[in-house]
Design a binder for this molecule. Structure first.
Ligand SMILES: [Zn+2]
Length: 526
Protein backbone atom coordinates (compact mmCIF):
# COMPACT_ATOMS: atom_id res chain seq x y z
CA UNK A 1 0.00 0.00 0.00
CA UNK A 2 1.38 3.40 -0.96
CA UNK A 3 0.23 6.43 0.94
CA UNK A 4 0.97 9.90 -0.37
CA UNK A 5 2.44 11.44 2.75
CA UNK A 6 3.69 14.69 1.30
CA UNK A 7 2.55 15.63 -2.15
CA UNK A 8 4.62 18.81 -2.02
CA UNK A 9 7.79 16.75 -2.47
CA UNK A 10 7.44 14.42 -5.40
CA UNK A 11 9.39 11.20 -4.94
CA UNK A 12 10.81 11.29 -8.45
CA UNK A 13 13.14 14.19 -7.74
CA UNK A 14 16.84 13.76 -8.21
CA UNK A 15 18.92 12.53 -5.29
CA UNK A 16 20.00 15.70 -3.54
CA UNK A 17 23.27 14.28 -2.11
CA UNK A 18 24.71 15.37 1.21
CA UNK A 19 23.00 17.84 3.47
CA UNK A 20 24.96 21.05 4.03
CA UNK A 21 25.69 20.33 7.65
CA UNK A 22 27.64 17.11 8.23
CA UNK A 23 26.07 14.86 10.84
CA UNK A 24 29.32 13.66 12.25
CA UNK A 25 32.75 15.00 12.99
CA UNK A 26 35.28 12.24 12.50
CA UNK A 27 38.16 11.83 14.90
CA UNK A 28 40.54 8.91 14.85
CA UNK A 29 40.17 6.45 17.70
CA UNK A 30 42.57 3.78 16.51
CA UNK A 31 44.18 2.44 13.35
CA UNK A 32 40.83 2.30 11.55
CA UNK A 33 38.17 3.66 13.83
CA UNK A 34 36.67 7.10 13.82
CA UNK A 35 34.63 8.65 16.59
CA UNK A 36 31.76 11.08 16.34
CA UNK A 37 31.58 11.75 20.05
CA UNK A 38 32.72 15.33 19.56
CA UNK A 39 29.67 16.13 17.44
CA UNK A 40 27.28 15.10 20.16
CA UNK A 41 25.66 12.54 17.86
CA UNK A 42 27.46 9.56 19.38
CA UNK A 43 24.68 7.32 20.70
CA UNK A 44 26.91 6.35 23.62
CA UNK A 45 26.63 9.96 24.73
CA UNK A 46 22.88 10.06 24.27
CA UNK A 47 20.58 9.78 27.20
CA UNK A 48 18.38 7.34 25.33
CA UNK A 49 21.14 4.94 24.41
CA UNK A 50 21.45 3.40 27.81
CA UNK A 51 17.74 2.71 28.06
CA UNK A 52 17.94 -0.27 25.73
CA UNK A 53 17.96 -2.83 28.50
CA UNK A 54 15.58 -5.42 27.10
CA UNK A 55 12.07 -5.63 25.73
CA UNK A 56 10.49 -3.80 28.65
CA UNK A 57 12.77 -0.85 27.93
CA UNK A 58 12.13 -0.80 24.19
CA UNK A 59 8.62 0.40 23.35
CA UNK A 60 8.30 4.07 24.12
CA UNK A 61 10.32 4.03 27.31
CA UNK A 62 11.71 7.46 28.01
CA UNK A 63 9.58 9.08 25.30
CA UNK A 64 8.05 11.93 27.26
CA UNK A 65 5.61 14.37 25.62
CA UNK A 66 8.28 17.07 25.37
CA UNK A 67 10.81 14.89 23.60
CA UNK A 68 12.23 16.47 20.45
CA UNK A 69 13.97 14.70 17.59
CA UNK A 70 17.69 15.22 16.93
CA UNK A 71 17.25 14.47 13.24
CA UNK A 72 14.59 14.26 10.54
CA UNK A 73 15.24 12.01 7.53
CA UNK A 74 13.09 13.85 5.02
CA UNK A 75 11.52 13.53 1.61
CA UNK A 76 12.20 9.87 0.80
CA UNK A 77 9.75 7.09 0.04
CA UNK A 78 9.66 5.44 3.46
CA UNK A 79 9.15 1.68 3.35
CA UNK A 80 7.94 1.22 6.92
CA UNK A 81 7.48 -2.58 6.98
CA UNK A 82 4.83 -1.91 9.64
CA UNK A 83 1.92 -4.32 10.05
CA UNK A 84 0.12 -2.77 7.05
CA UNK A 85 3.36 -2.61 5.03
CA UNK A 86 2.70 1.07 4.33
CA UNK A 87 5.03 3.08 2.09
CA UNK A 88 5.00 6.83 2.77
CA UNK A 89 5.78 8.59 -0.50
CA UNK A 90 7.86 11.67 0.30
CA UNK A 91 7.74 10.78 3.98
CA UNK A 92 9.98 11.46 6.94
CA UNK A 93 11.41 9.65 9.95
CA UNK A 94 11.97 11.59 13.17
CA UNK A 95 14.81 10.27 15.31
CA UNK A 96 15.43 11.02 18.99
CA UNK A 97 18.61 9.56 20.44
CA UNK A 98 18.81 6.00 19.19
CA UNK A 99 15.07 5.57 18.54
CA UNK A 100 12.47 6.36 15.94
CA UNK A 101 10.27 9.05 17.47
CA UNK A 102 7.74 9.21 14.64
CA UNK A 103 7.16 8.40 10.98
CA UNK A 104 4.90 10.59 8.85
CA UNK A 105 4.55 13.26 6.23
CA UNK A 106 7.64 15.43 5.84
CA UNK A 107 5.66 18.68 6.08
CA UNK A 108 3.86 17.49 9.20
CA UNK A 109 7.04 16.47 11.05
CA UNK A 110 8.82 19.67 9.99
CA UNK A 111 5.93 21.75 11.28
CA UNK A 112 5.85 19.87 14.56
CA UNK A 113 9.60 20.21 15.15
CA UNK A 114 10.86 23.29 13.26
CA UNK A 115 14.61 23.78 13.06
CA UNK A 116 15.49 20.12 13.52
CA UNK A 117 18.59 19.06 11.53
CA UNK A 118 17.66 17.08 8.44
CA UNK A 119 19.14 14.29 6.38
CA UNK A 120 17.86 15.01 2.87
CA UNK A 121 16.47 11.81 1.35
CA UNK A 122 14.48 13.39 -1.49
CA UNK A 123 14.25 11.04 -4.44
CA UNK A 124 15.55 8.17 -2.29
CA UNK A 125 13.97 5.04 -0.88
CA UNK A 126 14.23 4.66 2.90
CA UNK A 127 13.98 1.16 4.37
CA UNK A 128 14.54 -0.34 7.78
CA UNK A 129 18.11 -1.54 8.34
CA UNK A 130 18.46 -5.06 7.03
CA UNK A 131 19.25 -8.21 8.98
CA UNK A 132 21.95 -10.74 8.15
CA UNK A 133 21.10 -13.77 10.28
CA UNK A 134 24.20 -15.85 9.55
CA UNK A 135 27.57 -14.20 9.03
CA UNK A 136 31.03 -15.55 9.85
CA UNK A 137 33.14 -12.56 10.80
CA UNK A 138 36.46 -14.40 10.95
CA UNK A 139 38.24 -17.12 8.99
CA UNK A 140 37.19 -16.13 5.49
CA UNK A 141 37.36 -12.32 5.27
CA UNK A 142 41.16 -12.28 5.04
CA UNK A 143 41.03 -15.20 2.59
CA UNK A 144 38.34 -13.71 0.37
CA UNK A 145 38.05 -15.43 -3.01
CA UNK A 146 40.92 -17.76 -2.08
CA UNK A 147 39.09 -21.05 -1.46
CA UNK A 148 38.53 -22.77 -4.83
CA UNK A 149 34.94 -23.32 -5.96
CA UNK A 150 35.53 -26.81 -7.32
CA UNK A 151 36.58 -28.67 -4.17
CA UNK A 152 34.93 -31.97 -3.23
CA UNK A 153 32.41 -31.83 -0.33
CA UNK A 154 34.10 -31.10 3.00
CA UNK A 155 37.49 -30.14 1.53
CA UNK A 156 36.79 -26.43 1.76
CA UNK A 157 36.24 -26.91 5.50
CA UNK A 158 38.98 -29.45 6.28
CA UNK A 159 41.77 -28.24 3.97
CA UNK A 160 41.03 -24.54 4.03
CA UNK A 161 38.62 -23.12 6.59
CA UNK A 162 39.86 -24.95 9.70
CA UNK A 163 43.61 -24.29 9.05
CA UNK A 164 42.78 -20.64 8.32
CA UNK A 165 40.80 -20.27 11.54
CA UNK A 166 43.48 -22.09 13.54
CA UNK A 167 46.17 -19.70 12.23
CA UNK A 168 44.21 -16.56 13.12
CA UNK A 169 45.79 -14.24 15.67
CA UNK A 170 43.69 -11.94 17.82
CA UNK A 171 44.67 -9.11 15.48
CA UNK A 172 43.45 -11.15 12.49
CA UNK A 173 40.09 -11.63 14.19
CA UNK A 174 39.82 -7.89 14.80
CA UNK A 175 40.71 -7.02 11.20
CA UNK A 176 38.44 -9.70 9.75
CA UNK A 177 35.52 -8.53 11.83
CA UNK A 178 36.05 -4.90 10.89
CA UNK A 179 36.12 -5.84 7.19
CA UNK A 180 32.92 -7.85 7.63
CA UNK A 181 31.13 -5.11 9.54
CA UNK A 182 32.06 -2.45 6.97
CA UNK A 183 30.92 -4.63 4.06
CA UNK A 184 27.63 -5.38 5.80
CA UNK A 185 27.00 -1.72 6.63
CA UNK A 186 27.86 -0.64 3.08
CA UNK A 187 25.20 -3.12 1.89
CA UNK A 188 22.57 -1.79 4.27
CA UNK A 189 22.86 -4.51 6.90
CA UNK A 190 22.48 -2.98 10.35
CA UNK A 191 22.20 -6.18 12.40
CA UNK A 192 24.22 -9.31 11.94
CA UNK A 193 24.24 -12.63 13.75
CA UNK A 194 27.75 -14.04 14.16
CA UNK A 195 27.76 -17.68 13.09
CA UNK A 196 29.77 -18.82 16.11
CA UNK A 197 33.29 -19.55 14.83
CA UNK A 198 35.21 -16.79 16.60
CA UNK A 199 38.34 -17.48 18.65
CA UNK A 200 38.73 -13.97 20.07
CA UNK A 201 35.18 -12.74 20.63
CA UNK A 202 36.14 -9.61 22.56
CA UNK A 203 38.21 -8.39 19.61
CA UNK A 204 35.28 -9.06 17.30
CA UNK A 205 32.81 -7.32 19.60
CA UNK A 206 35.16 -4.34 19.76
CA UNK A 207 35.24 -4.22 15.96
CA UNK A 208 31.43 -4.30 15.85
CA UNK A 209 31.30 -1.38 18.28
CA UNK A 210 33.94 0.51 16.29
CA UNK A 211 32.10 0.06 12.99
CA UNK A 212 28.80 0.87 14.68
CA UNK A 213 26.88 -2.22 13.62
CA UNK A 214 24.32 -3.99 15.80
CA UNK A 215 24.64 -7.70 16.26
CA UNK A 216 25.33 -10.80 18.24
CA UNK A 217 28.58 -12.45 19.21
CA UNK A 218 29.45 -16.06 19.94
CA UNK A 219 32.56 -18.14 20.25
CA UNK A 220 33.66 -21.58 19.09
CA UNK A 221 31.42 -24.22 20.58
CA UNK A 222 32.32 -27.82 19.87
CA UNK A 223 33.66 -30.72 21.87
CA UNK A 224 35.36 -32.65 19.09
CA UNK A 225 38.60 -34.16 20.47
CA UNK A 226 41.71 -32.57 18.97
CA UNK A 227 39.91 -29.86 16.97
CA UNK A 228 41.03 -26.21 17.17
CA UNK A 229 39.38 -24.33 20.06
CA UNK A 230 37.57 -27.51 21.17
CA UNK A 231 37.05 -28.39 24.84
CA UNK A 232 34.91 -30.75 26.94
CA UNK A 233 31.23 -29.72 27.01
CA UNK A 234 31.27 -28.12 30.51
CA UNK A 235 34.22 -25.91 29.54
CA UNK A 236 32.57 -24.89 26.26
CA UNK A 237 29.41 -23.95 28.14
CA UNK A 238 31.39 -21.97 30.73
CA UNK A 239 33.07 -20.05 27.93
CA UNK A 240 29.72 -19.24 26.32
CA UNK A 241 28.22 -18.29 29.68
CA UNK A 242 31.00 -15.78 30.30
CA UNK A 243 30.37 -14.20 26.91
CA UNK A 244 26.65 -13.86 27.57
CA UNK A 245 27.38 -12.15 30.88
CA UNK A 246 29.86 -9.77 29.25
CA UNK A 247 27.48 -8.82 26.42
CA UNK A 248 23.98 -8.89 27.91
CA UNK A 249 20.75 -8.54 25.96
CA UNK A 250 19.89 -4.97 25.03
CA UNK A 251 23.41 -3.84 24.17
CA UNK A 252 24.61 -2.98 20.70
CA UNK A 253 26.38 -6.36 20.74
CA UNK A 254 24.62 -9.26 22.48
CA UNK A 255 26.17 -12.56 23.51
CA UNK A 256 24.48 -15.65 22.06
CA UNK A 257 24.84 -19.37 22.68
CA UNK A 258 26.70 -20.51 19.56
CA UNK A 259 27.71 -24.02 18.56
CA UNK A 260 29.41 -25.01 15.33
CA UNK A 261 26.71 -27.68 15.01
CA UNK A 262 26.64 -30.18 12.13
CA UNK A 263 27.74 -33.45 13.73
CA UNK A 264 30.36 -31.70 15.84
CA UNK A 265 28.68 -31.56 19.26
CA UNK A 266 27.94 -34.30 21.75
CA UNK A 267 24.39 -34.76 23.02
CA UNK A 268 25.65 -33.39 26.35
CA UNK A 269 26.80 -30.17 24.68
CA UNK A 270 23.63 -29.82 22.58
CA UNK A 271 21.37 -30.24 25.61
CA UNK A 272 23.56 -28.04 27.81
CA UNK A 273 23.52 -25.26 25.22
CA UNK A 274 19.73 -25.37 24.87
CA UNK A 275 19.38 -25.28 28.66
CA UNK A 276 21.76 -22.31 28.83
CA UNK A 277 19.72 -20.48 26.18
CA UNK A 278 16.46 -21.16 27.99
CA UNK A 279 17.80 -20.18 31.42
CA UNK A 280 19.55 -16.98 30.31
CA UNK A 281 17.21 -15.84 27.54
CA UNK A 282 20.16 -15.58 25.14
CA UNK A 283 19.22 -17.21 21.83
CA UNK A 284 21.15 -20.18 20.45
CA UNK A 285 22.41 -20.77 16.92
CA UNK A 286 24.18 -23.65 15.17
CA UNK A 287 24.71 -25.10 11.70
CA UNK A 288 22.60 -28.03 10.51
CA UNK A 289 21.99 -29.91 7.27
CA UNK A 290 23.18 -27.58 4.50
CA UNK A 291 24.06 -30.76 2.59
CA UNK A 292 23.29 -34.46 2.88
CA UNK A 293 26.28 -35.10 5.11
CA UNK A 294 24.54 -34.19 8.40
CA UNK A 295 21.53 -36.47 7.77
CA UNK A 296 23.92 -39.30 6.84
CA UNK A 297 26.02 -38.69 9.98
CA UNK A 298 23.05 -38.48 12.36
CA UNK A 299 21.32 -41.54 10.88
CA UNK A 300 24.53 -43.50 11.31
CA UNK A 301 25.32 -42.33 14.84
CA UNK A 302 21.85 -41.82 16.37
CA UNK A 303 19.45 -43.71 14.09
CA UNK A 304 17.48 -40.47 13.63
CA UNK A 305 17.59 -37.60 11.17
CA UNK A 306 19.23 -34.42 12.58
CA UNK A 307 16.18 -32.31 13.44
CA UNK A 308 14.33 -35.36 14.77
CA UNK A 309 17.32 -36.08 17.01
CA UNK A 310 17.38 -32.48 18.28
CA UNK A 311 13.66 -32.76 19.01
CA UNK A 312 14.29 -36.02 20.88
CA UNK A 313 16.96 -34.24 22.99
CA UNK A 314 14.64 -31.29 23.72
CA UNK A 315 16.92 -28.85 21.88
CA UNK A 316 14.33 -27.38 19.47
CA UNK A 317 12.32 -24.31 20.42
CA UNK A 318 11.88 -20.58 19.84
CA UNK A 319 15.31 -19.95 21.40
CA UNK A 320 17.02 -21.76 18.49
CA UNK A 321 18.11 -20.33 15.12
CA UNK A 322 19.34 -23.11 12.84
CA UNK A 323 21.62 -22.04 10.03
CA UNK A 324 20.67 -23.70 6.73
CA UNK A 325 18.23 -26.58 7.39
CA UNK A 326 18.25 -27.38 3.67
CA UNK A 327 17.94 -31.17 3.72
CA UNK A 328 14.77 -31.79 5.75
CA UNK A 329 12.14 -34.49 5.45
CA UNK A 330 8.45 -33.91 6.18
CA UNK A 331 8.79 -34.90 9.85
CA UNK A 332 11.70 -32.51 10.39
CA UNK A 333 9.92 -29.62 8.63
CA UNK A 334 6.84 -30.16 10.80
CA UNK A 335 9.02 -30.31 13.94
CA UNK A 336 10.67 -26.98 13.11
CA UNK A 337 7.32 -25.29 12.51
CA UNK A 338 5.66 -26.84 15.56
CA UNK A 339 8.52 -25.86 17.88
CA UNK A 340 8.86 -22.33 16.39
CA UNK A 341 12.53 -23.02 15.71
CA UNK A 342 13.92 -20.37 13.34
CA UNK A 343 16.04 -20.89 10.22
CA UNK A 344 18.75 -18.67 8.67
CA UNK A 345 18.61 -19.26 4.91
CA UNK A 346 21.88 -18.62 3.03
CA UNK A 347 21.12 -19.64 -0.57
CA UNK A 348 24.30 -18.30 -2.20
CA UNK A 349 26.40 -20.62 -0.02
CA UNK A 350 24.45 -23.69 -1.14
CA UNK A 351 24.87 -22.74 -4.79
CA UNK A 352 28.59 -21.91 -4.42
CA UNK A 353 29.19 -25.24 -2.65
CA UNK A 354 26.77 -27.30 -4.76
CA UNK A 355 24.86 -28.52 -1.70
CA UNK A 356 21.49 -29.21 -3.30
CA UNK A 357 19.13 -26.42 -2.29
CA UNK A 358 17.39 -26.61 -5.67
CA UNK A 359 16.67 -30.27 -5.05
CA UNK A 360 15.88 -30.34 -1.35
CA UNK A 361 15.22 -26.83 0.03
CA UNK A 362 11.98 -26.33 1.98
CA UNK A 363 12.48 -22.65 2.80
CA UNK A 364 9.61 -21.37 0.62
CA UNK A 365 7.32 -23.86 2.34
CA UNK A 366 8.54 -22.72 5.77
CA UNK A 367 7.83 -19.12 4.69
CA UNK A 368 4.33 -19.95 3.39
CA UNK A 369 3.43 -21.93 6.51
CA UNK A 370 4.33 -18.94 8.70
CA UNK A 371 7.62 -20.34 9.94
CA UNK A 372 10.40 -18.19 11.35
CA UNK A 373 12.84 -17.53 8.54
CA UNK A 374 15.64 -15.00 7.96
CA UNK A 375 18.31 -14.49 5.32
CA UNK A 376 22.05 -14.90 5.79
CA UNK A 377 25.21 -14.54 3.71
CA UNK A 378 27.38 -17.11 5.53
CA UNK A 379 31.08 -16.62 4.84
CA UNK A 380 33.56 -15.05 2.46
CA UNK A 381 34.08 -18.23 0.48
CA UNK A 382 30.54 -19.62 0.75
CA UNK A 383 28.06 -16.95 -0.14
CA UNK A 384 30.86 -14.45 -0.49
CA UNK A 385 29.06 -11.11 -0.75
CA UNK A 386 27.34 -9.62 2.30
CA UNK A 387 24.71 -8.04 0.08
CA UNK A 388 21.43 -9.10 1.64
CA UNK A 389 19.35 -7.63 -1.23
CA UNK A 390 21.23 -9.91 -3.62
CA UNK A 391 20.40 -12.77 -1.27
CA UNK A 392 16.75 -11.70 -1.15
CA UNK A 393 16.51 -11.77 -4.95
CA UNK A 394 17.99 -15.26 -5.05
CA UNK A 395 15.62 -16.51 -2.34
CA UNK A 396 12.63 -15.19 -4.28
CA UNK A 397 13.90 -16.59 -7.58
CA UNK A 398 14.67 -20.03 -6.18
CA UNK A 399 11.22 -20.26 -4.57
CA UNK A 400 9.49 -19.71 -7.90
CA UNK A 401 11.79 -21.77 -10.08
CA UNK A 402 11.99 -24.81 -7.81
CA UNK A 403 8.21 -25.18 -8.06
CA UNK A 404 8.10 -24.05 -11.70
CA UNK A 405 5.42 -21.68 -10.41
CA UNK A 406 5.69 -17.87 -10.35
CA UNK A 407 2.69 -17.58 -7.99
CA UNK A 408 4.69 -18.85 -5.00
CA UNK A 409 4.23 -16.51 -2.03
CA UNK A 410 7.91 -15.78 -1.55
CA UNK A 411 8.34 -13.05 -4.16
CA UNK A 412 10.09 -9.70 -3.94
CA UNK A 413 7.81 -8.38 -1.18
CA UNK A 414 8.19 -11.57 0.86
CA UNK A 415 11.95 -11.58 0.37
CA UNK A 416 12.15 -7.99 1.62
CA UNK A 417 10.15 -9.08 4.68
CA UNK A 418 12.79 -11.74 5.32
CA UNK A 419 15.50 -9.09 5.07
CA UNK A 420 13.69 -6.83 7.54
CA UNK A 421 10.73 -7.51 9.84
CA UNK A 422 10.44 -11.28 9.44
CA UNK A 423 14.21 -11.59 9.75
CA UNK A 424 14.02 -9.55 12.96
CA UNK A 425 11.30 -11.84 14.25
CA UNK A 426 13.37 -14.92 13.39
CA UNK A 427 16.32 -13.67 15.46
CA UNK A 428 14.06 -12.61 18.34
CA UNK A 429 14.45 -8.84 17.92
CA UNK A 430 11.22 -7.76 16.22
CA UNK A 431 10.33 -5.66 19.25
CA UNK A 432 13.43 -3.53 18.61
CA UNK A 433 14.30 -3.60 14.90
CA UNK A 434 13.01 -4.66 11.47
CA UNK A 435 10.53 -1.84 10.79
CA UNK A 436 10.38 1.94 10.95
CA UNK A 437 7.92 2.53 13.75
CA UNK A 438 7.96 4.76 16.86
CA UNK A 439 9.95 3.27 19.71
CA UNK A 440 12.14 1.00 17.60
CA UNK A 441 15.85 1.59 17.13
CA UNK A 442 16.57 4.14 14.43
CA UNK A 443 18.26 1.60 12.14
CA UNK A 444 17.56 2.68 8.57
CA UNK A 445 18.96 2.71 5.06
CA UNK A 446 18.71 5.48 2.47
CA UNK A 447 18.90 3.95 -1.01
CA UNK A 448 19.92 6.37 -3.73
CA UNK A 449 17.84 6.09 -6.89
CA UNK A 450 20.25 7.85 -9.21
CA UNK A 451 21.57 4.60 -10.67
CA UNK A 452 20.24 3.09 -13.91
CA UNK A 453 18.64 0.25 -11.97
CA UNK A 454 16.10 2.80 -10.71
CA UNK A 455 15.19 4.41 -14.03
CA UNK A 456 12.31 4.60 -14.42
CA UNK A 457 10.81 4.03 -10.98
CA UNK A 458 8.36 1.17 -10.51
CA UNK A 459 7.00 -0.98 -7.69
CA UNK A 460 9.28 -0.37 -4.72
CA UNK A 461 9.51 -4.00 -3.54
CA UNK A 462 10.24 -5.23 -7.06
CA UNK A 463 12.82 -2.55 -7.67
CA UNK A 464 14.61 -3.02 -4.34
CA UNK A 465 14.84 -6.79 -4.72
CA UNK A 466 14.88 -7.60 -8.43
CA UNK A 467 16.56 -4.49 -9.86
CA UNK A 468 18.72 -3.03 -7.12
CA UNK A 469 21.25 -4.29 -4.59
CA UNK A 470 23.80 -2.92 -2.13
CA UNK A 471 25.21 -0.52 -4.74
CA UNK A 472 22.30 1.82 -4.08
CA UNK A 473 22.94 2.07 -0.33
CA UNK A 474 23.86 5.74 0.21
CA UNK A 475 23.40 6.31 3.95
CA UNK A 476 23.00 3.97 6.89
CA UNK A 477 21.95 4.87 10.41
CA UNK A 478 22.30 2.45 13.32
CA UNK A 479 20.66 3.61 16.51
CA UNK A 480 20.38 7.08 15.01
CA UNK A 481 24.12 7.26 14.29
CA UNK A 482 25.17 7.87 10.69
CA UNK A 483 27.64 5.04 10.06
CA UNK A 484 27.54 5.25 6.25
CA UNK A 485 27.25 8.56 4.38
CA UNK A 486 27.45 8.98 0.63
CA UNK A 487 28.38 5.29 0.18
CA UNK A 488 31.33 5.43 2.60
CA UNK A 489 31.69 4.21 6.16
CA UNK A 490 32.03 7.15 8.54
CA UNK A 491 33.32 5.15 11.47
CA UNK A 492 36.25 3.39 9.79
CA UNK A 493 39.07 4.58 7.54
CA UNK A 494 38.33 2.14 4.72
CA UNK A 495 41.55 2.83 2.79
CA UNK A 496 43.75 2.08 5.81
CA UNK A 497 41.64 -0.97 6.59
CA UNK A 498 42.11 -2.40 3.10
CA UNK A 499 45.88 -1.80 3.20
CA UNK A 500 46.23 -3.56 6.54
CA UNK A 501 43.96 -6.41 5.40
CA UNK A 502 46.07 -7.05 2.31
CA UNK A 503 49.21 -7.46 4.42
CA UNK A 504 47.47 -9.57 7.06
CA UNK A 505 45.98 -11.79 4.34
CA UNK A 506 49.41 -12.53 2.86
CA UNK A 507 50.79 -13.39 6.29
CA UNK A 508 47.79 -15.53 7.22
CA UNK A 509 47.80 -17.56 4.01
CA UNK A 510 51.51 -18.27 4.42
CA UNK A 511 51.22 -19.14 8.12
CA UNK A 512 48.18 -21.39 7.72
CA UNK A 513 49.84 -23.48 5.01
CA UNK A 514 46.70 -23.69 2.87
CA UNK A 515 47.46 -24.65 -0.73
CA UNK A 516 47.90 -21.72 -3.11
CA UNK A 517 45.73 -22.02 -6.20
CA UNK A 518 44.84 -19.74 -9.05
CA UNK A 519 42.16 -20.30 -11.67
CA UNK A 520 44.43 -18.92 -14.39
CA UNK A 521 48.18 -18.35 -14.72
CA UNK A 522 49.00 -14.89 -13.39
CA UNK A 523 52.02 -13.39 -15.19
CA UNK A 524 54.05 -10.43 -13.87
CA UNK A 525 53.80 -8.02 -16.79
CA UNK A 526 54.82 -4.59 -15.52
ZN1 LIG B 1 28.09 -20.88 8.49
Amino acid sequence: MVRDADSSEPSARTDAGSPDAPLWSPGTTGPHGRSDAASGTDPEASGLHGSAAGPEAVGLHGFGPGLRPDLLVTGGDVVTMNARREVLAGGAVAIAGDRVLDVGATSELRNRWPGTPELDARGCVVTPGMINAHQHQTGDPLARAQIPDDLPPGASIDTWAIPLHAAHTAADDALSALLTCVENLRNGVTTLVEAGTVAHPHRVAHAMHTAGIRGTIGTWGWDVPGAPFAAPAPQVLDRICELIETYPAGGQVEGWVTLVGHGLASDELLMGAAELARSTGAPMTMHLSPSQSDPEHYLKTTGRRPVTHLEHLGVLGPHLLLAHAVWLDDTETDALLRSRTAVAYCPWAYLRLGQGVTRAGRHAEIFERGGRLALGTDSGNAGDSSDILRTAALAAGLAKDMRVDPTVGLGAAGALELATIRGAEAIGMADRIGSLEPGKYADLVVHSTTGPQWAPRGDIAHQLVWSSDGRSVRDVLVGGRAVVRDHLCTTVDETALHTDAAQAATDLLTRSGVPARSSWPVIPAQ
